[in-house]
Design a protein around this ligand. Structure first.
Ligand SMILES: *Cc1c(COP(=O)(O)O)cnc(C)c1O
Length: 384
């Protein structure tokens, strides 16, 4: 069987099959050197010059992610998801117009509203799941970037990536997708027309809540992608080799984790929909979710590990429910093997589109019956 026909699951399990040349170790060593010896003729025949732009461990992790995302122009790892995302905006020019999802990762929305505008970007927020609203917001020749998060935090609205990319491209803009909560197991935005994919690799790509990392993947090795690369190397927002190694270890099990986590999320969404103390479940896998039909088209292997519930009894009952979990951990972040619960409105603050009765649930790999029993008990205690 030729290597070319191996599936992403097979290639990821073996981190592209790389072994150590000296020992034949199945796990390549972590390269820690910050500098490399020059040839006697003053050249660098290896291509490795200095540790900031050149680290083999980081390059290996980038090649695994580029394979998973089918990124023809490759992947770049950053010191965090935020460093990755902001590099895309910094690659634009003062005066450029940006259209971004209204429902998105709150810290990036805050950065766009404050810092990005100081750099001269004009940022407009729309519901990118509403294609007519997106079309109306995009200005031909002026809009340079459409930024869509899908499924988007914390309502899990779904943006139609193929349709959004057509709208962006007709106006001469690029489409970048924050695909953190889909992961390449469920969606590969570059194959649907997106130009750039961003990940907080802190989340499910690593999967063990022990690395802060970010990534960008690109379809085309064009001038814009080269500007992003220049910004990464020049500003030094790189990922260190230990973190890159941990991320690569995490990506070896991405498929099995994701399939379990998504299957459990679907089961929880269905069971919680029938719970008397739950007013509404937000999960794209449920037929009543407004984005379900598009999700069914652009997601595979399930609908992701994230869901939210709106509880009966409002904000106080939501906070009290979160106070009573035992197996779920009350914490921010998502995508790890341990399940997390969070009252998002308290962290997002003023201007957040997040309802106050909402609890966000990140589904881990624990026994799904245990997870349901924990939520059921917490809902009852929180409403007592
Ligand atoms: C966490 C997160 C980010 C930010 O990533 P960091 O690694 O924390 O900087 C961006 N987008 C989404 C959807 C996230 O969940």
């Amino acid at each position: 069987m030729s290597r070319k026909s191996w599936s992403p699951r097979s290639l990821a399990a073996q981190a592209m099959g790389k072994v150590d040349a000296v020992t034949k170790a199945v796990v390549p060593p972590i390269h820690v050197a910050t500098t490399y010896i020059r040839d006697p003729d003053n050249g660098y025949s290896t291509g490795f010059v200095y540790g900031r732009p050149h680290n083999e461990t980081t390059h290996e992790a980038e090649s695994v992610l580029a394979m998973l995302e089918q990124a023809e122009a490759g992947a770049l790892l950053f010191g965090s998801g935020s460093a990755a995302a902001t590099a895309v905006f910094q690659a634009l020019s003062p005066g450029d117009h940006v259209v971004a999802s209204k429902v998105m990762y709150w810290a990036l929305r805050n950065w766009l509203m404050t810092e990005a505008t100081r750099w001269g970007l004009k940022v407009e927020f729309v519901e990118t799941d509403d294609l007519a609203a997106l079309q109306a917001a995009v200005k031909p020749g002026v809009t340079k970037l459409v930024w869509a998060e899908t499924p988007s935090n914390p309502l899990w609205t779904i943006t139609d990536i193929a349709a959004a990319s057509e709208i962006a491209h007709r106006a001469g803009a690029k489409l970048a997708v924050d695909s953190t909560c889909a992961s390449p197991v469920h969606t590969r935005p570059l194959t649907l027309g997106a130009d750039i994919v961003m990940h907080s690799a802190t989340k499910v790509l690593n999967g063990h809540s022990d690395v802060i990392a970010g990534a960008l993947c690109a379809r085309e090795d064009d001038a814009f992608w080269n500007r992003v690369k220049t910004i990464q190397k020049g500003q030094g927002g790189i990922l260190g080799p230990f973190e890159a190694y941990l991320l690569m270890r995490g990506m070896r099990t991405l498929h099995v984790r994701q399939e379990r986590q998504s299957a459990s999320a679907m089961a929880l969404a269905q069971r919680l929909s029938a719970h008397p103390l739950v007013a509404r479940v937000l999960y794209p896998g449920l037929p009543q979710h407004p984005g379900h039909d598009i999700a069914a088209r652009q997601m595979e292997n399930g609908f992701g590990f994230m869901l939210s519930v709106q509880v009966t009894g409002g904000e106080a009952a939501a906070i009290a429910t979160a106070a009573h979990v035992e197996l779920y951990k009350r914490a921010t972040s998502l995508g790890g093997v341990e399940s997390l619960i969070e009252h998002r409105a308290s962290i997002e603050g003023a201007g957040s589109p997040c309802p106050t009765d909402l609890l966000r649930l990140s589904t881990g790999i624990e026994d799904v019956d245990d997870l349901y029993a924990d939520l059921d008990a917490a809902l009852k205690a929180g409403h007592a």
